[in-house]
Design a protein around this ligand. Structure first.
Ligand code: SF4
Length: 444
């Protein structure tokens, strides 16, 4: 039994690096601490507890984590400092040696944050490292459904990955694929409705792999969530192309609340590179999925992850990727330059791409992405759309998204506090000043 009195009135500060899943987990950590009586420190206020949730997707991410830890320690010199997340799991020794760090929690241990924290907090046990050594030993599933300070809820439906793509360290940091039951996720969605939530983003590491633990399927989960009254919109944060089944696409197209919005990692449009990466599909399969989505949901926004400059990506392979994406009816490219990760199988591939070439390839794909996104937005100028608006500081423009993920801007003079978290019909006008959203012509 944890004595909550030790936490009453204490203040905590949080810092998150990395993916949506990390943001969602940090919100859950904050909720757990709030339940023990811990308040969130205001900006500039010194905290008693600092929690840093780290990422290790690239060498740059590792560096940013170290910087963030140093900064938090400097800003909160008397705080008990906890570090968790992927970097903490992969490099616990290095993290524990950073001055000011008191507790390092690995992937298996973070679900028991309060227990570990209370031990350390009461006894001022400094520099304790708790971490499961092997990927196969990471078994716990830390549930998470939070909105933090955003309008959307992030519901974690799955964790870990069994794919072991040659460039990726995530399976080592997060363990094998695992998931909670559909029933428990439906309960969390119902709870979000009670709290006023209207939109939920399903998050995870390899979401389409849902069901390994419980013998259920991702499609069953989608069907069950679609029946939860009160949630008007669901988005799926990312789906591996080989797990994006035709049945799932068909169901989403006819569903009540699954939005015409997909995010699909391609990584490369060259079959040679896809093989070197140990991806589970070829470019034909990817193209077939895009065509199917567009045939049943012509308005769908499709975001695509692409990695440039990975080992083995010759200039010809890159040109194949570029041409493939150029012809494909997708909306936005998320471009990541390849980063060498110690311990990954990709390091055995001899062909290395220079940093200058990586930069040049990234730039070309980002320009292509801008063209595609611009053309997509343009199609909807003058049309009516339903927008879910998000909170904005007083006197500033409000933003929100249409069903098919077009960013919409409401000018400061038209913005109203009561529009926050409301679904509102608008007519879409031209681009805003920096071309990042469509303006509203009139509210309906
Ligand atoms: S599918 Fe591949 S890239 Fe994605 S988390 Fe798993 S191993 Fe990493």
């Amino acid at each position: 039994m944890i004595d909550s009195s030790i936490f009453q009135g204490k203040k905590a500060a949080y810092f998150t690096l990395g993916c949506k899943l990390n943001f969602s987990e940090t919100s859950t950590f904050a909720k757990m601490l709030q339940e023990m009586g811990v308040l969130t420190a205001a900006k500039g206020e010194e905290a008693d507890i600092c929690l840093i949730n780290t990422c290790s997707v690239t060498e740059v991410a590792d560096h940013k984590c170290r910087q963030a830890i140093h900064r938090m320690v400097r800003q909160h010199p008397h705080a008990f400092v906890v570090v968790t997340g992927c970097y903490a799991q992969l490099k616990p020794e290095a993290v524990s040696k950073i001055e000011g760090v008191d507790l390092v929690l690995g992937a298996n241990e973070k679900a028991h944050l309060i227990q570990f924290l209370s031990d350390g907090f009461v006894n001022r046990n400094r520099v304790s490292t708790y971490k499961t050594e092997k990927t196969k030993d990471i078994k716990t599933f830390a549930p998470s459904c939070s909105r933090g300070n955003r309008t959307r809820y992030f519901l974690k439906v799955q964790d870990g990955c069994d794919y072991f793509c040659t460039y990726c360290t995530i399976p080592y940091a997060r363990g094998f694929s695992r998931n909670p039951t559909i029933a428990s996720l439906v309960r969390q969605a119902e709870e979000a409705v009670r709290e006023g939530g209207k939109e939920i983003v399903l998050t995870g590491v390899n979401i389409g792999d849902f069901g390994k633990t419980t013998g259920e399927t991702f499609l069953d989960l989608v069907k069950a969530l679609d029946d939860v009254e009160g949630i008007a919109r669901y988005r799926i944060s990312s789906l591996e192309p080989d797990l994006l089944t035709d049945e799932l696409i068909d169901f989403c197209a006819k569903s009540r609340a699954f939005m015409p919005h997909y995010h699909i990692p391609l990584q490369s449009g060259s079959d040679t590179v896809l093989k070197l990466m140990h991806r589970h599909y070829d470019r034909q399969l990817f193209a077939d999925k895009i065509h199917l989505i567009k045939s049943v949901m012509p308005d769908a926004f499709i975001g695509v992850d692409v990695m440039v400059g990975c080992r083995g990506e010759t200039p010809d392979c890159f040109e194949e990727t570029y041409d493939f994406l150029n012809t494909l009816d997708v909306t936005q490219l998320h471009v990541f330059p390849y980063s060498e990760r110690p311990g990954t199988a990709a390091l055995k591939i001899p062909y290395v791409v220079s940093d200058a070439d990586k930069r040049e390839r990234s730039k070309r794909l980002l320009d292509l992405s801008d063209e595609k996104t611009h053309a997509f937005y343009q199609r909807y100028i003058g049309q009516d759309a339903e927008v879910l608006f998000e909170k904005a500081p007083r006197g500033k423009a409000m933003h929100g998204f249409t069903k098919n993920y077009i960013r919409v801007e409401l000018s400061p003079s038209e913005a109203r506090e009561e529009y926050d978290n409301q679904l509102i019909q608008v007519r879409l006008a031209d681009f805003n000043h920096d071309q990042t959203a469509l303006r509203v012509e009139n509210l309906k």
